[in-house]
Design a protein around this ligand. Structure first.
Ligand code: SF4
Ligand code: SF4
Length: 385
């Protein structure tokens, strides 16, 4: 069985775990459930037993492996540098291959395979976010030779609560005279949710790569850290600069193309795991916030490489929404502890998860994207040009 061989190849890596427990101290799932088999240390012991034929792959193994946000806090805090991420990825492939995928993930796979997005809506709906733009930019869809292709991502393009992020980004790009386009209804899910579940994604990668190449853009920009991570580290297109929106906007601001007026607000920044620990983008969002006059920026106790996950990663919301919400509440409490009026992030999934937690916990804290904060600061004359 090919995937069992793959896990077996990690036996030496698993043996490198000295059971010190540093991973337990940083695991947000352990913070909620307090179960040893849920920690990286515990999972490694389970997977060692599976790889040695001492424990069958089962519902129980699946339960422990998928109660994880794939936040990689354990990886960065492991003193031995055990590649926990690779061991877990291999385990998920094995579990998916043996039909022990949690039901929610099987349903997610069916939606993505049939509609090419995570919501299950028809592809035509991918452009609904653009319907109420005051001025719809010429060349918004499929403009060959545009400098920049904007890869919108499933959450921004298909979940109404996130439409505003793309709308604000478009207004900033227009104000800065950026020549951009999108794939429109031809965009498919980047594949991250399926890859993270242990499922194959080559059809999605090939489709998106072909469509983007056909447009001939030099730069791909996306507001979604998962899409960014996929394009940067899995698609790896030749001669295409892949940028997260925060990086692209930081360059525009530095070049003086986005004049900013003061915003009086106390904000904190939530580092998305896919952008921070997995892609090492920590500075660009902070540079953007520092460039806004009047903004009172404060860090949470856990930030940067040590940031706590919002609870929405690794498809956890699909597998166990209650657990995801319990983790989100812990993160919300960290933001409240520093007196922030708003949690700013750079990931639409983190923002959904944190906004739901704020609502459930009756918190008045706002949750917004860096793009929305920047749009708020964009001087009115620029948007009226
Ligand atoms: S931190 Fe690393 S070495 Fe220590 S128990 Fe966890 S996985 Fe093992
Ligand atoms: S990836 Fe995150 S949630 Fe999963 S075991 Fe490691 S620290 Fe815990």
């Amino acid at each position: 069985m090919a995937n069992m061989e793959k896990l077996t190849q990690f036996q030496q890596e698993m043996l490198r775990c000295n059971r010190c427990g540093y991973c337990q101290a940083v695991c947000p799932i352990y913070d909620v459930l307090r179960l040893e088999p849920i920690t990286a240390r515990g999972r490694i012991q389970l997977l060692r037993a599976v790889s040695e034929g001492k424990l069958p792959i089962s519902e129980l193994v699946s339960y422990y492996i998928y109660r994880c946000t794939d936040c990689q806090s354990c990886r960065v805090s492991c003193p031995g540098g055990v590649r926990i991420d690779q061991i877990f990825a291999s385990a998920r492939e094995l579990i998916a291959d043996n039909e022990f995928l949690p039901t929610g993930l099987s349903e997610l796979e069916q939606r993505v395979r049939s509609t090419h997005n995570i919501s299950g809506e028809p592809s035509e709906n991918r452009l609904l976010w653009a319907e109420n733009l005051e001025v719809k930019p010429e060349g918004l869809v499929g403009k060959e030779g545009a400098e920049v292709v904007l890869f919108t991502g499933c959450v921004s393009a298909l979940y109404p609560m996130a439409y505003g992020i793309l709308q604000d980004l478009v207004e900033i790009l227009e104000a800065a005279n950026v020549d951009f386009t999108t794939l429109g209804t031809e965009e498919w899910c980047c594949g991250y949710p399926l890859l993270s579940a242990g499922l194959p994604i080559s059809d999605l990668v090939t489709h998106n790569l072909d469509r983007v190449k056909a447009l001939g853009a030099k730069t791909l920009v996306t507001t979604c850290p998962s899409c960014y991570h996929m394009w940067k580290y899995h698609y790896t297109p030749d001669s295409l600069r892949v940028m997260h929106s925060t990086q692209f906007l930081a360059e525009l601001v530095e070049a003086g193309k986005v004049p900013l007026r003061p915003v009086e607000m106390r904000v904190t920044y939530h580092d998305p795991c896919d952008l921070g620990r997995k892609s090492e983008v920590y500075d660009a969002p902070r540079q953007l916030m520092e460039s806004i006059p009047g903004l009172d920026f404060v860090e949470m106790e856990d930030h940067g490489e040590n940031a706590m996950c919002c609870g929405g990663g690794g498809n956890l919301e699909t597998v166990d929404a209650e657990l995801s919400g319990a983790v989100a509440r812990l993160r919300l409490e960290q933001a409240q502890a520093v007196g922030a009026q708003a949690i700013v992030s750079a990931c639409q999934q983190c923002e959904r998860t944190l906004a739901m937690a704020a609502r459930r916990n009756k918190s008045r804290i706002k949750v917004m994207d860096v793009v929305q904060l920047l749009r708020k600061a964009l001087s009115e004359e620029e948007t009226e040009r």
